[in-house]
Design a protein around this ligand. Structure first.
Ligand code: SF4
Length: 82
């Protein structure tokens, strides 16, 4: 799971914006104004028959600033992104 969902910058960060795009998720912001320092992205590739799925997760980041539950507070009642 992406560490960004518990990061204070999740609704401003250009890296998380790119992850949302990869997951075809709606963006928390259309104009990210924060650049993360050295984010590490883990890409999982799964094949199910002819379908290839890619899952992008930020697994480390110098800019991470803990704010537990930040994503959930912005999207109350929605399932956490995988
Ligand atoms: S952990 Fe890093 S990449 Fe993720 S939202 Fe926070 S600053 Fe951005």
């Amino acid at each position: 799971m992406c560490i960004c969902i518990n990061c204070q910058y999740v609704d401003r960060c250009s890296t998380y914006y790119a992850v949302e795009a990869q997951h075809l998720q709606p963006h928390l912001t259309e104009s990210p104004d924060f650049e993360a320092t050295e984010p590490s992205i883990n890409v999982n590739i799964r094949q199910d028959g002819d379908v290839i799925e890619m899952e992008w997760d930020v697994v480390g980041c110098e800019s991470f600033l803990a704010e537990p539950g930040k994503w959930s507070r912005l999207r109350p009642g929605e399932l956490l992104p995988t």
